[in-house]
Ligand binder design. Structure first.
Ligand SMILES: NC(=O)c1ccc[n+]([C@@H]2O[C@H](COP(=O)([O-])OP(=O)(O)OC[C@H]3O[C@@H](n4cnc5c(N)ncnc54)[C@H](OP(=O)(O)O)[C@@H]3O)[C@@H](O)[C@H]2O)c1
Length: 319
């Protein structure tokens, strides 16, 4: 982009907290003022934290708008308030998690995950795509997850929703290149946001009905402690710019002249995704994950702490 170019309009979903909030603030505070940020959230009652973090950028390079990704009316209303209705960069960030033994999860709760994580992103893309195609430019960024690359035990439905995003957007990327529109799937590892807290709250709220005692024991006594250790040892903070946080990686992806299709954000997690990449049959990953969780949970804890020290990073970090 050269200095004469007008600022690009960036629409971000799910900015009430976490990655979306920090990303909106970082883009709005760009020293070269390259972006006009429309930071959206489904409940404007939560806008206080964002407005405070935005500071002087509020009303200048950042505006806050209501948007529920599960509602056609809300999406249409939000786009109608954008000047010219034109979005140059769309960041599909809004997402919800779901964790626990499958037998204890209702189909309604599973559908909610897909409605938000998958159809929410599809709904927004359908709304902005005609304009991007007409102008023959645009960038669609999707906050996927390392769980869009490999399944994680007791996260079956959440991982499936992120796999769905990966397949959908990889397919779309081929067509859209013909229109000079880029697609980028950003894949964070664990990030210490409200996301984990909301999940743990959901888990402790009720004893999952329908799951047998063995499965419940594996979930509560093996998975949950391992998950906490994973966040403790490998978790990134959403605001720590110095360490290459997820929002900072997204800023780089957005400002790139030739954005990548995929970008992981957590170097310390990459040895785990490398297990899948190293063996296309899938056995290496599935068997290693199974052994570490069910047979050698202490070794798993030790391994996570070892990964946190970063000694493997230079060997497996994807370039
Ligand atoms: N944290 C992690 O470890 C992690 C790892 C990999 C990927 N991710 C992905 O990163 C993205 C952001 O998550 P986060 O970690 O920043 O968690 P977060 O703080 O919980 O943020 C999620 C955001 O999505 C919003 N949202 C949920 N349903 C929505 C809907 N129907 N319409 C509009 N907004 C909605 C939430 O709004 P409310 O406040 O109204 O609920 C919130 O603003 C998600 O896609 C998540 O899957 C997170």
């Amino acid at each position: 982009m050269n200095m004469a170019d007008p600022p690009r309009t960036v629409l971000i979903s799910g900015c009430s907290s976490g990655i979306g909030l920090q990303l909106a603030v970082q883009l709005a505070r760009d020293p070269r003022q390259r972006y006009q940020v429309v930071a959206t959230m489904r409940d404007l009652g939560k806008k206080g934290t964002l407005e405070e973090a935005a500071g002087e950028a509020l009303g200048q390079t950042l505006t806050v708008a209501q948007l529920d990704v599960c509602s056609d009316e809300s999406v249409a209303q939000c786009l109608s308030c954008i000047r010219g209705g034109e979005v140059d960069v769309l960041v599909n960030n809004a997402g919800v998690g779901l964790v626990g033994p499958l037998e204890g999860l209702s189909l309604t709760s599973m559908q909610k995950v897909f409605d938000t994580n998958f159809f929410g992103a599809v709904r927004l893309v359908k709304a902005v795509l005609p304009g991007m195609k007409r102008r023959r430019q645009g960038h669609i960024v999707v906050v996927s997850s390392v769980m869009g690359l490999q399944g994680v035990v007791f996260n079956d439905v959440y991982a499936a929703s992120k796999f769905a995003l990966e397949g959908f957007f990889e397919s779309l990327a081929v067509q859209l290149l013909q229109f000079d529109i880029f697609v980028s799937l950003v894949e964070p590892g664990p990030v210490a946001t409200d996301f984990e807290g909301k999940l743990l709250e959901q888990v402790s709220a009720a004893e999952p009905p329908g799951a047998d005692p063995d499965t419940l024991h594996y979930f509560r006594d093996l998975y949950l402690p391992a998950s906490r250790e994973l966040f403790r040892s490998l978790g990134q903070s959403p605001e720590d710019v110095a360490q290459g946080s997820t929002p900072q990686v997204i800023v780089k992806v957005i400002s790139s002249a030739s954005p990548p299709l995929r970008r992981q954000t957590n170097a310390r997690y990459s040895p785990l995704t490398a297990l899948k990449a190293a063996d296309p049959s899938g056995s290496l990953y599935v068997r290693t994950a199974h052994r570490l969780l069910f047979r050698w949970p202490r070794l798993l804890g030790l391994g996570l702490r070892c990964l946190a020290c970063g000694c493997l990073r230079s060997r497996v970090w994807p370039r």
